[in-house]
Ligand binder design. Structure first.
Ligand SMILES: [Zn+2]
Length: 571
C-alpha cells in the first residue's frame, strides 16, 4: 500500500478526550474516529489490526473443533424473558420496540439465541458435543463509556458456546477452549496469564479470565515469577511457610506501652519488628462483631474472611463499635480474654512468643502463644498476598501486577438449558438438559490491550502478528530519481516476498516520516535516503529495540523475509 493513497490520518497532539495510552495512540495513529460516545468507526489501519486478531482467533477456534456461525444483533425480548434476563439485565441492555410494537433488544451477549438454536436443532446425544462461535458486533449501553476500545458501547467480540451431554464432557470442552485461548494469546504475541476467576482448587476451576499484563490494567492480579500460577488478589492462596517456629514457649508478660496504639508506634517503642506483633481487628460480619488476628505487617483480605464466615458482607468496625463490643479502647485490643468471636490467620497459629494488645489502656502483652493463651474458632488463610510470598503451585516468588481482561472461559452448566427447556435424548433414552459452556474474547479490546502492553513515548510497538503492515519503506528522496526507483523496487520485492508493506511515498520531510513510522508501530522500517546514492545501502531498523543495520536492498529483502515470515508462520 502506498501511504499517499491510504486513509491514515495521524495526529501530532494527544486528543483531549483520551485518558489511557491505547486510546490516545489509536486516535493519533488514525485507527479510528469517534462517532458518538463509546462508538467508533474503525478506519482502514485500525480495522486491519482487528482483522489480524480475528484471523488468529478463527484459526484456533476451528482447530479446536468449533464451528463458526453468525447470529443476529437484534433479538426478540421473548427469548430474554424465558431466562428472566429481560428484567434482570441492567440498563446496559438496550431495549426498544420495533414498528409492530414488538419488544426487542440489541444483543450484549447471545446465550438465549444460541440455546434457542440448540433446542430446535440438536436432538440426540449423537449430535454432541457441539461448540458454536461467532465474531460479531455487540452492544452494551455503558453508562460512562471510556478508554476508547477498552470500554466502548459497541465492540467486536468472539463468543462461543459449547453443548455437552454431561458435566464431565463439558469439562473436556472447557479444557479445549482453555488450551485454544492460550494458543490464541500466545500467537498474538502478548504477555498474558489465565487467572482463576472463582475459588476452585488449582487445576479444578472452570472459570478463568485471560489477562494481558500491562501497567495500565484495571485489575490487580497475583502471578508467579516461575510458573503459570495466577489469581485475582482476593483469591490468591497464601502458602504457609512449612517450618512452624520451634522456639520454646516463654512466660506471658504484661508490658507498658503508654499512648502507643498503632502497630508502628508500639513496635518502635518496644524495639521490635511488626512481624513479631499480632493485630486484633474487629469486623462486622453481617452486623455481628468478629475479631480477626493477623501479623502486624499483614492486611486482612475481606473476601477470604467473608467466605470463611459464610456471610454476605464484612466491614471494619469503627472505634466506638469496637469499644461497645469489647470494652477495650482502640489500639489495645488483644485476643487474650477477649469478649467477641475470634478467627485467626494461619500464620498467627504458627508464630511463637508474640506481642498482642493487653485489653487494657496503655498495655500490651508479650510472649503470647496461640492455643496456650487464647483460642480461635477458626484458623484459615485470611490475609492479603504480599509480593514475595511463596507460590502455592511451585513455591516460587509471587508478585503483583496489573492486567486487562481480554478473554473469559466459563462453564455455565444447565442454567440456560433448564430455563429455556433445551434438551436432547441421551443414550439411555432419557431427555436431558444440555450442559453448556461459554467463551468470550474481546477482539477489539485485544488490540487496545496489545497497545497498552507494547508502546513507548514515540508510539505503538506492534507485536509482529498483530501489525497491519510489518514493514514501512521510507522514500526520503521523492524528488530524486535514483532514490525513488530504489524505494519502489525494494517495496515491490518485499511484497513479492510475501510481506505486508507500506511505501511512504509522501512528499513530506524525513522527520515527519520517521515520527509517523514510530507512531504506527510497524515492526520494521526500511529507509532509502541520501546514503543510498553514495553506498548503495539502505537502513533497516527494528521498532522494538531500535537496532539499525545498513545493507543492500537485496540483503534487506532477504533479512526481513527471514525475520518476519518465521515469526508469522508460528502456529
Ligand atoms: Zn509458581
Amino acid at each position: 500500500m502506498r501511504y499517499s493513497q491510504l486513509l491514515l490520518p495521524t495526529l501530532k497532539e494527544s486528543p483531549a478526550e483520551a485518558e489511557v495510552v491505547s486510546h490516545v495512540l489509536m486516535l493519533r495513529a488514525g485507527f479510528m474516529r469517534k462517532l458518538t460516545a463509546g462508538i467508533y468507526t474503525y478506519l482502514p489501519f485500525g480495522l486491519a489490526a482487528i482483522r489480524k486478531v480475528e484471523n488468529i482467533v478463527r484459526e484456533e477456534m476451528n482447530r479446536a473443533g468449533a464451528q463458526e456461525l453468525l447470529m443476529p444483533m437484534v433479538q426478540p425480548a421473548d427469548l430474554w424473558k424465558e431466562t428472566g434476563r429481560y428484567e434482570k439485565y441492567g440498563p446496559e441492555l438496550l431495549r426498544f420496540h420495533d414498528r409492530h410494537d414488538r419488544e426487542s433488544c440489541l444483543g450484549p451477549t447471545h446465550e438465549e439465541v444460541i440455546t434457542d438454536i440448540a433446542r430446535k436443532e440438536l436432538h440426540s446425544y449423537r449430535d454432541l458435543p457441539v461448540n458454536l462461535y461467532q465474531i460479531q458486533t455487540k452492544f452494551r449501553d455503558e453508562i460512562r463509556p471510556r478508554f476508547g476500545l477498552m470500554r466502548g458501547r459497541e465492540f467486536i467480540m468472539k463468543d462461543a458456546y459449547s453443548f455437552d451431554v454431561s458435566d464431565e464432557a463439558a469439562e473436556v470442552s472447557y479444557m479445549k477452549m482453555y488450551e485454544a485461548y492460550k494458543r490464541i494469546f500466545s500467537r498474538c504475541g502478548l504477555d498474558f496469564r489465565a487467572v482463576q476467576a472463582d475459588s476452585g482448587a488449582i487445576g479444578g476451576s472452570f472459570s478463568h479470565e485471560f489477562m494481558v499484563l500491562a501497567k495500565t490494567g484495571e485489575d490487580t492480579i497475583v502471578i508467579c515469577k516461575d510458573c503459570e500460577y495466577a489469581a485475582n488478589m482476593e483469591k490468591a492462596v497464601v502458602k504457609l511457610t512449612p517450618e512452624t517456629s520451634t522456639e520454646p514457649l516463654a512466660e506471658m508478660e504484661k508490658v507498658e506501652t503508654p499512648g502507643k496504639r498503632k502497630v508502628e508506634a508500639v513496635c518502635e517503642f518496644l524495639g521490635i519488628e511488626p512481624s513479631l506483633l499480632v493485630k486484633t481487628l474487629v469486623f462486622k460480619a453481617d452486623g455481628q462483631p468478629v475479631a480477626v488476628l493477623v501479623r502486624g505487617d499483614r492486611e486482612v483480605e475481606e473476601v477470604k474472611l467473608k467466605n470463611l464466615l459464610g456471610v454476605a458482607d464484612v466491614e471494619m468496625a469503627g472505634d466506638e463499635e469496637v469499644f461497645k463490643a469489647t470494652g477495650v479502647p482502640t489500639g489495645y485490643l488483644g485476643p487474650v480474654g477477649i469478649r467477641v468471636r475470634v478467627v485467626a490467620d494461619q500464620e498467627v497459629a504458627a508464630m511463637r512468643n508474640f506481642y498482642v494488645g493487653g485489653n487494657e489502656k496503655n498495655y500490651h502483652l508479650k510472649n503470647v502463644n496461640f492455643g496456650r493463651d487464647f483460642q480461635a474458632e477458626a484458623v484459615a488463610d485470611l490475609r492479603q498476598i504480599t509480593p514475595g510470598d511463596p507460590c502455592p503451585a511451585c513455591g516460587g516468588q509471587l508478585k503483583l501486577t496489573e492486567g486487562i481482561e481480554v478473554g473469559h472461559v466459563f462453564k455455565l452448566g444447565t442454567g440456560y438449558s433448564q430455563s429455556m427447556n433445551a434438551t436432547f435424548q441421551d443414550s439411555d433414552g432419557q431427555e436431558k438438559h444440555f450442559v453448556m459452556g461459554c467463551y468470550g474474547i474481546g477482539v477489539s479490546r485485544v488490540v487496545a490491550a496489545a497497545i497498552e502492553q507494547n508502546h513507548d513515548d514515540n508510539g505503538i510497538i506492534f507485536p509482529i502478528p498483530l501489525a497491519p503492515y510489518t514493514v514501512i519503506v521510507l522514500n526520503l528522496g521523492v524528488k530524486d530519481e535514483a532514490i525513488s526507483a530504489a524505494a519502489e523496487k525494494v517495496y515491490r520485492d518485499l511484497q513479492a516476498a510475501g510481506l505486508e508493506v507500506i511505501l511512504d511515498d509522501r512528499d513530506e520531510r524525513p522527520g515527519l516520516k520517521f515520527k509517523d513510522a514510530d507512531l504506527l508501530g510497524i515492526p520494521y522500517r526500511l529507509t532509502v535516503g541520501n546514503s543510498f546514492a553514495k553506498s548503495g545501502k539502505v537502513e533497516v531498523r527494528s521498532r522494538r529495540d531500535g537496532a539499525t543495520e545498513e545493507m543492500t536492498p537485496e540483503e534487506a529483502v532477504s533479512v526481513l523475509r527471514e525475520k518476519l515470515l518465521a515469526e508469522l508462520m508460528k502456529k
